[in-house]
Design a protein around this ligand. Sequence first.
Ligand code: HEM
Length: 243
Amino acid sequence: MRDYSRQVLSGEGDNDYARYMRTDALLSLQRRPEEMVHRDELLFQIVHQSTELWLKLACSEIREATARIQDGELDGATTLLARASLAMELVTSQLEMMRHLSPWDFQTIRTVLGHGSGADSPGWLSVRRDTRTLGRTFAALVEERGIDLDGMYRAERKDEIYRLAEALIEWDERVSLWRVRHYKVAARVIGHQVTGTQGTPVETLTKLIAHRFFPELWQIRTHLTETGPMADPYTDSVQGGSL
Ligand code: HEM
């Protein structure tokens, strides 16, 4: 009979779970209680560190999706983009934990952050870089195949490029929703009209919310509204001041 109490993997740790998951290293990455100026540093570090891990996964999927688009495997790319979007949804949810940070307690935590800011987050830098590459790759596909986006969005039969375009929109929207939540968290914890640990005013974060990685896919929606069956009445009502 198999002896399940025996460890079969090599590596650090008392058992195979610890050896494969590298839990000893992982759980030593947070400041020890004796190093902390406030016990909520654990909450603060874990939200940031787990965000880095989820974004590592999200960006790996974004890069692979980009490669699949280049290889013409569009449905495969769409599936991977859905995973990246779910990872972004998860990191947005975990921002909720910051609601448990008292604004005054956070002032103590701030004293040990130096100039450290999420603006230097490797995960977020990678989100920006990899999404730009993804956008260029999608634009090249549209050009190469001579796709008319307007026609594609109006067509009854939705093909694989349509599904891919909607997966791109989903990702773009998820990034933006994280930014909405992050701005609200920052304002709740440190207030408005103040600057962060890198000297950027909290209000500046609102401008990033409107940023779009794939403007042509957003623009097509505006175009459909402007030219769709309701175009005239809609325009009239906007001019009349009632929406
Ligand atoms: C108490 C919680 C938080 C506060 C008060 C806060 C505050 C701020 C402020 C004021 C900025 C502007 C730059 C600066 O001067 O620092 C900023 C930027 C940023 N923060 Fe946070 N933050 C918090 C949590 C987080 C978390 C959990 C992450 C996840 C990694 C994060 C990621 C970012 C990113 C990526 C930026 C660059 C702006 C952007 O791309 O939207 N922040 N944050």
